[in-house]
Design a protein around this ligand. Structure first.
Ligand code: ADP
Ligand code: MG
Length: 626
């Protein structure tokens, strides 16, 4: 075969010469470790290529050909051929693990195909190295989905047995490899997506059903299988109306269903029991079917609890305080928990009314039922009614389709916590009173009377008796709510609880933000006990959190306390006159106090203030106490 040097051969030779390739070199070097690694990395490519290499080889078997798969660096990964030919090739290190790049071996089909990015044939003497002149090689790069070279397929044979079709065969084998890889990737992606979807839908607590436009069930999730009491096979492919007998499913088939929520009592074929569910109807884009969500009302309730943040989490064990004034009220509350009577919690803001309400619910018979809190003062007056009692579809503009249950319905069987009851309007008080008397609610805009069984815990920071006298709170409602009144004392009346609470909040907060706070300095505790706490426990909690955030060491000391603690009337022995002290003055007083308390023992005085001795000295100097 005689032919002129193709341009790519010429440029390749020029490159080889420039790279200083030794034309008498015999083959590439073998890197065993790298081969092992490459075999692992390219296992998919190898797996897909091998059958095609075998069929290529079958065509030329017995005529001294090798079929070779390389990676994108030119390393030989797989060599197929007659034993004799393989042995021959070994002589020039044309073996698995050898790297046949152009850089080191000069013009050769594998290396040059990688450089050129094209299928090409290198004929006998066109090889840069003399050792290869008995061979003709045809190689084509294999490309990944982004067009990048991921390998090379090469066929080498005795130069006189090769013809231009050899390269054509290699190229078509490469095409087949590329297509196969892409298909694999696609199906793997699909498979993976299917598994993701499966996992996602199965973690949902709502039942899910997907049906096609003909009403056949395409897919169900675990939650729906549980609601229906059937397994996946029993449902998939069935007509939805053969399983669920409610009219809504016929409406879907008849094209009469609309997107939105629908409350129904689910009728499952052949089943007596009707489950109370909220259906979420979602047409699938392109009208190819419907996705229907099944929420069990029982769970809707739990969800509402979680959403309104009114889950009762706290128990009496989580309530901190040991002062006698506080303990008496805890005792009262524990006793109240054993009854089902209405409770009225009275106390300033931040004293723990929420906490008490939750603890009472959690210690009582209703603890496994909902606890629903509603802040009567925080909800706009005209919305409170629908929040409490619910409404029917069309009750007012903007009312949700299908209506909405009120808190009383949602709390059925459990407890409703009416916070800031003193803020309720007189009209609403009338409605509430009627609900308490009849134990029934009627949704706004509706006629159905629904029996409800709820326990009421109400709370207020107002003096309700006074409100009653002023006729801003109904007396009859007051007596209904005030069956067991519990008065939570303000923090300033139970100062012995302050260090306990402080330690509790400091521990809790530092754990939450991952700081190590070992102790609160005695001076800080003393300071906290002097303060009047108009915002009660909530204020204490806030102040400690802020200080903990600022603290850099392991001891909470005075330096991080906010200024407001220092600006207060105090009737402490330390400062008999009621004047406002600046932080500086207070520091000085605290210093003097500590020094006199510890009889000028500097280390103990410093320790009680939560500061180091050197800081103490510095401060003494500053205040001219030395
Ligand atoms: N005795 C207590 N033990 C532990 N935390 C408390 C105590 N009293 C109140 N708290 C906490 O203080 C904050 C205010 O309490 P909260 O019950 O909301 O007060 P109120 O409802 O009376 O305004 C809450 O974060 C609560 O957890
Ligand atoms: Mg509160």
């Amino acid at each position: 075969m005689d032919r002129r040097l193709a341009p790519f051969i010429q440029t390749s030779w020029i490159r080889s010469k420039k790279n200083g390739v030794n034309a008498f070199r015999r083959g590439g070097s073998v890197a065993k470790e790298q081969l092992k690694k490459a075999l692992k990395e390219k296992s998919l490519l190898i797996e897909v290529s091998l059958p095609l290499m075998e069929s290529l080889y079958a065509i030329v078997e017995g005529s001294g050909f090798l079929v070779i798969l390389c990676d994108e660096t030119g390393m030989l990964l797989k060599v197929i051929g007659d034993e004799e030919t393989i042995r021959e090739a070994e002589k020039m290190s044309f073996v698995e693990g050898a790297v046949w790049n152009e850089r080191e071996l000069g013009t050769n089909a594998i290396g040059t195909a990688i450089v050129e990015g094209q299928p090409l044939q290198v004929y006998a003497h066109e090889h840069y190295c003399a050792a290869c002149h008995a061979w003709t090689c045809s190689a084509a790069p294999i490309r990944g989905k982004n067009g990048e070279i991921i390998g090379v397929l090469n066929m080498s044979g005795p130069f006189d047995k090769v013809n231009p079709h050899t390269l054509g065969m290699v190229v078509s084998a490469v095409k087949a490899i590329e297509t196969h890889l892409q298909l694999l990737e696609k199906s793997e992606k699909n498979e993976r997506m299917k598994r993701y979807l499966e996992a996602t839908t199965n973690t949902l607590t709502d039942g899910l059903l997907i049906m096609d436009q003909n009403g056949r069930i395409v897919k169900t999730n675990g939650a729906l299988q549980k609601i229906a009491g059937m397994n996946e096979e029993e449902m998939t492919g069935k007509m939805v109306i053969s399983i669920f007998k409610n009219r809504i499913f016929h409406d879907v088939l008849g094209g009469r269903a609309r997107e939105g929520d629908k409350e129904i009592r689910l009728h499952i074929n052949g089943r007596e029991e009707r489950k109370h569910v909220l259906l979420g109807m979602h047409p699938i884009a392109g009208s190819i079917g419907w996705l229907i969500q099944f929420k069990e009302i029982q769970q809707v309730r739990q969800f509402v609890n979680a959403m309104t943040g009114s889950q009762a989490k706290i128990t009496f064990q989580g309530i901190i305080g040991r002062s006698p004034a506080f303990m008496t009220q805890i005792q009262e509350a524990k006793q109240a928990a054993m009854t089902d009577a209405n409770v009225l919690l009275l106390g300033e803001s931040g004293t723990g009314k929420d906490v008490f309400a939750q603890a009472i619910h959690n210690a009582g018979e209703r603890r496994h039922k909902p606890f629903i809190a509603i802040n009567c003062g925080a909800i706009p007056r005209d919305l409170l009614g629908s929040e409490l009692f619910g409404y029917e579809e069309g009750a007012f503009t903007g009312a949700r389709k299908g209506g909405s249950p009120g808190k009383f319905e949602l709390a059925d069987g459990g407890t409703i916590f009416l916070d800031e009851i003193g803020e309720m309007s007189l009209e609403m008080q009338v409605v509430l009173l009627r609900v308490l008397q009849t134990k029934e609610v009627t949704r706004i805009g509706g006629h159905r009377v629904l029996p409800v069984n709820v326990r009421i815990i109400a709370a207020t920071n107002k003096k309700l008796e006074e409100e009653v006298r002023n006729e801003t709170f109904r007396e009859d409602l007051f007596y209904r709510l005030n069956v067991i009144p519990i008065r939570i004392p303000p923090l300033r009346e139970r100062k012995e609880d302050i260090p306990l609470l402080a330690r509790y909040f400091a521990g809790e907060c530092s754990r939450r933000i991952g700081k190590q706070i070992d102790s609160i300095s005695p001076a800080v505790n003393e300071m906290l006990c002097r303060y009047e706490w108009p915002g009660n426990v909530r204020e204490l909690q806030n102040i400690l959190e802020r200080s903990i955030h600022k603290t850099t060491g392991t001891i909470l000391d005075m330096s991080t306390l906010p200024d407001e603690l220092f600006h207060q009337y105090t009737a402490a022995p330390l400062k008999p006159s009621k004047t406002i002290m600046t932080k500086e003055e207070w520091k000085k007083q605290a210093l003097l106090h500590a020094l006199s308390l510890h009889e000028n023992n500097y280390s103990r005085a410093a320790k009680s203030l939560g500061i180091s001795r050197s800081t103490l000295y510095r401060q003494m100097e500053r205040f001219h106490l030395k």
